[in-house]
Design a protein around this ligand. Structure first.
Ligand code: ADP
Ligand code: ZN
Length: 294
């Protein structure tokens, strides 16, 4: 059996899955203090200790993913005070004596869509979540993209839309992509949450423009085979079509992209991309460890 943890800023989800990466049991609880939250994590997996082979974790961040760093596996500069500089991986290792893979929440979701959602039909895929924040994770040739750290694609620069007077709310950059297009920015502009805004509202063209700019940058930077758009805001069914159309208009045929409806897509696994991604990362961690041993 594999374990999976989706560590979010608001809630933690823990799951146990089988070798087909199917979830057998799943629980979720609010993210409070590290002590209380980690106690619940331990309690959940303790029931399965005899069969637990490995664990995959997708975490909120930023996290230190550099395996040679002294603070590898720490949650670093998060605005969540109690979790600042918290040795997340270290704590998990004191609980569970199995291989543990740790990456960002969006990397885990990208991996889930790659392995189980789109079933490795391509080995180059980028996943974005457009929710409370915006984050992006990528897989190139079947491996997560990580350099000195994990990518922070949600904070890319975007050109303000000519009809948009909003200044943006990213505490670091103001009008970066997240500052302009994540859920809270939608709410601040319109006075209502995205889910309460009419489908007919002209704002959605502005929202689509920012996401299309993100598709444009991603296409030119990474030329993936597929970009998956998830997160709460993408539950607006009409939005992905608007994004596709504005993106094609921006690109002006400069590069030959795959067929658009198969290029910019929504998650096959719905809300489960991250949890199933965690199971897939657990499987990968076990495989890597067994290879090293031989
Ligand atoms: P999180 O990013 O916190 O993990 P979500 O991906 O669900 O969670 O994103 C939450 C954000 O998405 C909120 O800002 C919320 O207003 C927005 N949102 C949720 N559902 C919808 C919807 N149907 N349409 C537009 N915005 C939505
Ligand atoms: Zn930013």
């Amino acid at each position: 059996m594999y374990g999976s943890i989706e560590a979010g800023g608001t809630k933690f989800v823990c799951a146990i899955g089988n070798e087909n990466l199917e979830v057998i049991e799943q629980v979720s609880f609010p993210t409070t203090t590290p002590m209380e939250t980690m106690r619940l994590v331990k309690e959940f997996f303790d029931k399965y200790l005899d069969n637990l082979k490995s664990i995959g974790v997708g975490s909120f961040g930023p996290i230190d993913v550099n395996t040679t760093s002294e603070t590898y596996g720490f949650i670093t500069t998060t605005p969540k005070e109690k979790w600042k500089n918290y040795n997340f991986l270290g704590k998990l290792k004191t609980f569970f004596n199995v291989p543990i893979a740790l990456t960002t929440d969006v990397n885990a979701a990208a991996y889930g869509e790659y392995v189980k959602g789109y079933e490795k039909k391509t080995s180059n895929i980028v996943y974005f979540t457009i929710g409370t924040g915006i984050g992006g994770g990528g897989i190139l040739n079947g491996e997560l993209i990580e350099g000195f750290s994990h990518p922070e694609m949600g904070h890319m620069k975007v050109v303000p839309h000519p009809k948009d007077t909003y200044k943006g709310n990213c505490p670091f950059h103001g009008n970066c992509l997240e500052g302009m297009a994540a859920g809270p920015a939608i709410e601040k502009r319109n006075g209502v949450k995205g889910q309460d805004l009419s489908e007919e509202d002209s704002f959605w063209e502005i929202e689509a423009d920012y996401i299309a700019q993100c598709m444009y940058n991603t296409t030119l930077m990474l030329s993936p085979d597929m970009i998956v758009l998830g997160g709460g805001v993408m539950q607006q069914d009409h939005l992905v079509k608007k994004v596709r159309s504005q993106f094609e208009h921006m690109l002006k045929g400069y590069v030959q992209i795959p067929e658009i409806d198969r290029y910019i897509v929504t998650p096959k696994l719905g809300q489960q991309s991250g949890i199933i991604g965690g199971l897939a990362l657990a499987e990968k961690a076990l495989y890597k460890t067994s290879k090293n041993v031989q």
